[in-house]
Design a protein around this ligand. Sequence first.
Ligand code: SF4
Length: 83
Amino acid sequence: MPSSFPQKAVHYTRALARWIKAGRPVRNEAEILHILNTFCLSCESYDPQRSICLHCGCRVNTSPSAATNKLAMGTERCPVGKW
Ligand code: SF4
């Protein structure tokens, strides 16, 4: 679990590189809402104050922008295998 800002920055940079290399695939609005509502909102690793996953440090929200929302980034998966 990334606990420091540098660790989170490295994680994000790697995720971004994977996403760009894969051709920038994105999930649609329905897919994003399904993952957020079904898995993240009830997850013990979800921080509702900051809308982030405490396990990986990524932002998880309803934004369609892959740059600001892990759920929109088609190459990303749940770090503990929930989705
Ligand atoms: S990405 Fe996975 S671990 Fe993180 S809050 Fe969502 S369901 Fe939980």
